[in-house]
Design a protein around this ligand. Structure first.
Ligand code: MF3
Ligand code: CO
Ligand code: CO
Length: 266
């Protein structure tokens, strides 16, 4: 596989798909409260995609090699679940942190974004993990411009995360995205500046760091999808889909409810 440069037509399609993914998260936000089951969030998302947006849930029956088809229209990863949590009957409770990750397909183009939500009042450490992971994603995004290297993104994320005592999950990474869900390149959330693929205007990929409060090691559950921290420590993740431009980047997964970028001083 190789990295594709998107045409103006592709970019226009990706802007629409990105906005729709973000609008879906906006729609779900008021539902993500104490007492709701993750299945209820999934079914609300499915109906909104299919009936309101006329988008297709990219994750439903998604079956990359070696995997059984993913059974839901989004991923809900609560507390020590790192990613790919399958919605179910468990109710959200006060103090939980949850990542909701959505991918919509519109006119063949994919928009992929995730946000963290705090249920009630999580511990100070949990809220800090959520905030530091958010800023880590943004530090990675800010490293994006034509001529920069993928390692600049990974390094910015890793330095910030580890500087705050958190660990970066190694087994999952950001990815090129377009008419396919997961394309080249792999966007690692760790690395060294000046290394890796050189970015060119017209590339589109996700930045989606996963960070753990404890050790970086993960385990997968018997359902074939759910990934948890090996030490059961809390994990957080945020995700945007980003276009490389000559002078920087354009975040494609934006809408009225997108959280603003954090203030970054250095
Ligand atoms: N949305 C995830 C990503 O950011 C992929 C989920 S695949 C699934 O790449 F099958 F687990 F849903
Ligand atoms: Co993604
Ligand atoms: Co995603």
């Amino acid at each position: 596989m190789s990295v594709t440069l998107k045409t103006e037509e592709d970019i226009a399609g990706m802007r629409v798909a990105g906005r729709l993914a973000s609008e879906l998260l906006d729609f779900l936000t008021p539902l993500i409260v104490t007492g709701v089951t993750t299945r209820e969030i999934d079914s609300a998302a499915h109906d909104y995609m299919v009936n309101v947006q006329k988008t297709t849930p990219a994750t439903l029956n998604y079956a990359p090699p070696g995997h059984t088809p993913y059974p839901a229209s989004l991923c809900t990863s609560v507390n020590h679940v790192v990613c790919h949590g399958i919605p179910g009957e468990k109710k959200l409770k006060d103090g939980d942190i949850i990542n909701v990750d959505v991918t919509v397909i519109k006119d063949g183009y994919h928009g992929d974004s995730s946000r963290m939500f705090c249920i009630g009042k999580p511990s100070i450490q949990a809220r800090r993990l959520v905030e530091i992971t958010y800023e880590a994603m943004w530090r990675g995004i800010r490293a994006v411009r034509a001529g920069a290297h993928l390692g600049d993104i990974g390094s910015a994320i890793q330095r910030f995360a580890e500087g705050h005592g958190f660990s970066v999950v190694r087994e999952f990474c950001g990815h090129g995205i377009g008419t396919r869900f997961h394309e080249d390149p792999q966007v690692l959330h760790y690395g060294r500046p000046g290394t890796g693929l050189k970015l060119q205007a017209g590339m589109i990929f996700t930045v989606e760091p996963m960070m753990n409060a404890g050790r970086a090691a993960i385990r997968s559950l018997a359902d074939g999808w759910t990934i948890v921290t090996a030490d059961h420590s809390l994990s957080a993740q945020w995700e945007h889909t980003v276009l490389v431009t000559e002078t920087g980047y354009e975040v494609l997964t934006q809408s009225a409810g997108t959280p603003p970028p954090p203030p970054i001083s250095d």
